[in-house]
Design a protein around this ligand. Structure first.
Ligand code: SAM
Length: 234
């Protein structure tokens, strides 16, 4: 269970209305129930529910069962997709260890805004489901050119590109796996020529290929994260 509160020996933890509702109405728990909680900072804790009502509740921290581990997963910059597939990208990217999720607006993208609250809730649920001890930040959507203008050049940007002078992903990641990294995946219509030209002039950009087939945009993001996990993940 994700709790946005400090966790520590003997600490009481307030449960807001949403969390209390989830414990009462969905998990059907009562005071005295024990469960595992994390907050992204203090590791995983066994907590006991001490009070539970419609409007909120409280739990007490009993003991720490897992220490917090550093979470240096690669960022995923992705063009938001139609028909619930943006939510799906967030869910799977959290499972695959992405360190930050950045919806990215590109010229051929067909989604102009994202529901940030919903995406953040998806990230929390996915972290809970996969027993990850942190919830990656989901940032609000930004145009690609603005992201590139403010980019920290110390972070490599692997750009998934199905054609052109792309290095195979495995070779590219193996050679640079000690560096902070991000992946950029285009929309279903692909990047346009001006975007590709701009990307190709940037010193921190490495175009990478994921094989000879044209993958759907969501598949490309998952494949990139899975390759990174296999080569550089913990
Ligand atoms: N019609 C587009 C085109 O030909 O440019 C296809 C875009 S593809 C459906 C969506 C995105 O997935 C691409 O912009 C790229 O970032 C990524 N992608 C798809 N297949 C890939 C591959 N084999 N290697 C690397 N990236 C790929």
């Amino acid at each position: 269970l994700y709790l946005d509160a400090p966790l520590g020996s003997g600490l009481p933890v307030a449960l807001d209305g949403d969390r209390a509702h989830y414990l009462r109405a969905v998990l059907r728990l009562e005071p005295g129930a024990r469960l595992l909680a994390f907050n992204g900072r203090d590791g995983e804790w066994l907590v006991e529910v001490t009070r539970l009502s419609k409007s909120g509740g409280e739990a007490a921290c009993l003991e720490r069962v897992r220490p917090q581990v550093p979470d240096n997963g690669p960022w995923l910059l992705f063009a938001p997709l139609k028909g619930g597939r943006t939510e799906y990208v967030v869910e799977k990217a959290v499972e695959l260890g992405a360190g930050l999720l950045q919806p990215t607006y590109t010229r051929r993208g067909d989604v102009a805004r994202v529901n940030l609250d919903r995406l953040r809730a998806n990230a929390v649920e996915a972290a809970e489901q996969c027993e990850r001890l942190s919830v990656p930040e989901v940032r609000d959507g930004q145009p690609l050119d603005r992201l590139l203008a403010g980019w920290d050049p110390g972070r490599i940007l692997f750009v998934a590109a199905e054609s052109g002078r792309a290095e195979p992903m495995v070779t590219a990641v193996t050679a640079r796996k000690a560096q902070p990294a991000a992946f950029l995946v285009g929309p279903e219509g692909g990047f346009d020529a001006r975007e590709l030209d701009a990307l190709n002039t940037l010193p921190f950009v490495v175009p990478v290929g994921l094989g000879p087939r044209v993958l759907r945009a969501d598949t490309a993001g998952f494949a990139a994260l899975a390759v990174w996990q296999a080569l550089a993940g913990d």
